[in-house]
Design a protein around this ligand. Structure first.
Ligand code: GLP
Length: 259
């Protein structure tokens, strides 16, 4: 696991954009796994900025989002489809046909979930999966107790997640279920890019990176991935115990880069 503790949330976004850009430059038809929520918004803004400056093209990029609310159609304002168009797809040169999210309004949600999992495999798998972490340690909508080998399926949201999703949005009626990639599906990605910013995430980040591998903290499954990069601001990193080691690694990295 490669842990970066950077000076600010903006620095986290820039580092994450650098990692995405490096992949897309090396592989213009890269398959990116995307997340919603507040955390990746600054990353998406940075990707839009680079695209509009002509530095980065999404013309051949294909994307797969982690999840979508159950019973919510793609044009409903509270859908993740809508959120993704709003924050990224509508502002870059991506072909909408190459942007995938589970259909929350599918007549048969279990079949839709299985088909989504199969589609990811059929397209060749995800090259880089971007992940945020819920305050309760969830990734996607894999709530505490989720099987560490789960595939894309319907999950019921925890009370904590419902509360978090409602925060600051009095008119938002938070759906109680979602279709989410499973933890096994997420771990199939060739590389993971985990982002967390702010004090509220500090306990979940510590449990994910340094706690025991446990379904109690679904994000701890990233410990099983051979190519996981975690980018944090100081607040999100506040509860980590191995900080001295991460700093040592950082110094070694800079030393290598300067030679
Ligand atoms: C949401 C999403 C996750 C996201 C997480 C954290 O409910 N399903 O994909 O990473 O919770 O959200 P935020 O970044 O807003 O804190």
């Amino acid at each position: 696991m490669d842990v970066w503790i950077l000076e600010s949330a903006q620095a986290v976004a820039v580092k994450a954009a650098d990692i995405c850009a490096e992949l897309i430059q090396a592989k213009p038809d890269a398959r990116l796994g995307l997340a919603t929520g507040a955390t990746p918004q600054a990353l998406y803004a940075e990707l839009v900025r680079r695209n509009q400056l002509g530095q980065l093209s999404f013309a051949r990029v294909e994307t797969f989002n982690l999840d979508e609310y159950l019973g919510v159609g793609p044009n409903q304002p509270r859908s993740f489809h809508h959120a993704m168009r709003d924050s990224l797809f509508d502002h870059v040169d991506i072909d909408p046909i190459n942007t995938h999210l589970p259909a929350g309004d599918a007549a048969d949600p279990a079949a839709e979930a299985a088909a989504y999992d199969a589609l990811i495999k059929a397209r060749g798998g995800i090259d880089l999966q971007i992940l945020g972490i819920g305050r309760n340690g969830h990734i996607g909508f894999n709530e505490p107790g989720s099987s560490l080998r789960s595939r894309t399926r319907v999950k019921t949201l925890s009370r904590a997640t419902l509360r978090d999703n409602q925060l600051g949005k009095p008119d938002f009626e938070a759906p109680v279920m979602a279709i989410t990639m499973g933890i096994g599906t997420i771990l199939d990605a060739r590389a993971l890019l985990v982002l967390a910013t702010g004090w509220a995430k500090a306990p979940a980040v510590a449990a994910a990176l340094e706690g025991p591998l446990s379904a109690r903290c679904p994000a701890s499954a990233i410990q099983l991935h051979p190519d996981a990069t975690v980018v944090l601001d100081p607040a999100a990193a506040a509860d980590l115990r191995l900080t001295e080691y991460y700093e040592l690694v950082d110094r070694a990295r800079r030393h290598l880069a300067s030679h």
